[in-house]
Design a protein around this ligand. Structure first.
Ligand SMILES: [Ca+2]
Ligand SMILES: [Ca+2]
Length: 497
């Protein structure tokens, strides 16, 4: 969801705001003393050297409806030290395949199955009301889904081992785990946008826009004493609020890293072109990926991790982990490597995928370039900022593509050919893509995946604890990406409760 998604079929919802009900226990805001004074907007203090990836080639071909002739996008990662100069902007203008645009090979390593030849299908798991995020919770196989209107729903999974392989029964539980629909609206790109559980599963965190359109990140304790787990609505706590100047680009990502820290994505505040110039300014929270420890501190509802890039150094808000993003619509950690993947929605030309390896700090202090750069190109004559980290892959708006929806690195057991492949999608074209990193510094390859049908406004993905990947469509479908043969059969049961 981004520049394009806001205009496409996101129906405004008339919401009666319940001014009387105050389900959230308001904790004191961050005290000024908890925020180191920022001095001058300089780059942070010492930070680890890291690879900077500059996309050196953007190879696009027009996309037919059939998918068989769909294009590949290949970028060449280039290591650049320190202050960088980006590669030349690609000559392509986004028109159909330009002269000399070769068909890109989809394979990079050994005998890996070409991405577009991996046999996949979509298995419907449940139908919800505008599902936007899906997450597992420690302690069970169940999945929890955020519905944009403000509800969190639980999908109960019962997995049985059998002589002919495992089978799985899924059941969408009628009663919401959490219902904050009277606290949010769904106009523009607003609503309940993200959810995450604490690593021990005892607290549910949500990322939503409130009745004023401003961002709220709140936590609710979970109650498992009844027949079905629920969040305790009257014991909620607000961790963080952020004024949003426009209705779009609210970020909405919420996830725990392998380090146990809570990551929060915030877009640039909206409109177009980053009018408030927040992307390159880490002294405010917009246009950033934040990292906090949700444990309350003495005078604040959360704690600043001491190894955040601005925790000790001047020049930025101490919550900021990555900046220079426009609207990071879905970020994820690779379950196997801890690498951070970011999908950042472009302004009007280039969608981008950023790979931030754990070995290089998982994005710590990275400047992803917006609004100096859009994807791998200078934006309105912009040049790469100091310490720029460029995308590992980009694509343009040919073939009806408009807005990237980021996903996950597949780490499940049922589709070995997909292991290590980052899955993502385009919201408008309904295509699902795979990205396979090259080995030994080789180029990354991307290609559309054949999942059996086009998606209907693919808004997001989710991943179970065992690495399987789910696709979420605006129409309501939550589907598991499954192999065409084998795998775990799904049976949908209804909730009679
Ligand atoms: Ca900012
Ligand atoms: Ca960027």
């Amino acid at each position: 969801m981004g520049s394009g998604a806001g205009e496409v079929g996101l129906a405004a919802r008339s919401t009666t705001l319940n001014q009387m009900r105050v389900p959230l226990q308001l904790r004191p805001p961050l005290s000024p003393s908890a925020i180191p004074a920022s001095a001058g907007g300089r780059a942070p203090g010492p930070r680890r050297a890291r690879f900077t990836l500059v996309a050196a080639g953007l190879l696009l071909a027009a996309c037919g409806d059939g998918g068989g002739t769909a294009p590949s996008v290949v970028t060449t990662p280039t290591t650049v030290a320190g202050t960088t100069a980006a590669g030349e902007a690609p000559a392509g203008t986004g028109a159909a395949a330009g002269p000399g645009t070769p068909a890109a090979p989809a394979t990079t390593a050994g005998a890996a199955v070409p991405l577009n030849e991996i046999g996949l299908r979509l298995d419907l798991v449940a139908s919800l009301d505008q599902p936007l995020a899906l997450t597992p919770r420690a302690g069970s196989d169940d999945l929890y889904v955020a519905e944009r209107v403000g509800r969190v729903r639980r999908i109960e999974r019962t997995i049985r081992a059998g002589a002919d392989g495992d089978t799985e029964t899924v059941k969408l539980i009628t009663r919401p785990v959490l219902d904050i629909s009277d606290l949010t609206t769904t106009d523009g790109e607003r609503g309940l946008l993200g959810l995450a559980f604490s690593p021990d599963g005892t607290e549910l965190f949500v990322h939503y826009t409130d009745s004023n359109g401003d961002t709220v990140v709140a936590g609710y304790p979970m109650d498992d004493s009844g027949p079905s787990p629920v969040a305790v609505e009257d014991q909620g706590r607000i961790l963080l609020t952020q004024e949003q100047p426009f209705s779009n680009h609210n970020g909405g990502g919420l996830l725990f890293g392998p380090d146990g820290m809570l990551y929060i994505t915030l877009g640039d505040g909206g409109s177009g072109g980053d009018p408030t110039e927040t992307g390159q300014d880490p002294t405010d929270l917009l246009g950033s990926i934040l990292r906090i420890d949700p444990a309350p501190a003495e005078a604040a509802p959360y704690t600043i991790p001491t190894d955040n890039p601005f925790a000790q150094a001047a020049g930025g808000r101490p919550e900021v982990w990555v900046w220079g993003v426009r609207n990071p619509w879905r970020v994820s950690f690779d379950q196997a490597t801890g690498d951070l993947w970011v999908a950042d929605v472009g302004q009007g030309e280039v969608e981008e995928i950023d790979w931030l390896p754990a070995a290089d700090g998982a994005g710590r202090g990275a400047n992803l370039g917006w609004n100096r750069m859009e994807g791998d190109r200078g934006f309105e004559g912009g040049t790469p900022p100091e310490g720029y980290t460029g995308p590992v892959a980009t694509y343009g708006h040919d073939g009806g593509r408009c807005s990237v929806s980021g996903g996950y690195v597949y780490r499940g057991a049922t589709i070995p050919a997909l292991d290590g492949v980052y899955l993502y999608a385009d919201y408008c074209s309904g295509e699902v893509f795979g990205l396979r990193l090259g080995t030994g510094g080789g180029e990354a390859a991307t290609a559309p995946l054949d999942v059996g049908r086009k998606g209907e406004s693919i808004v997001a993905f989710g991943q179970s604890a065992d690495g399987e990947v789910y696709m979420l469509e605006q129409s309501g479908a939550v589907s598991r990406i499954s192999p065409t043969t084998g795998g775990v059969a799904i049976t949908r049961a209804s909730d009679n409760g």
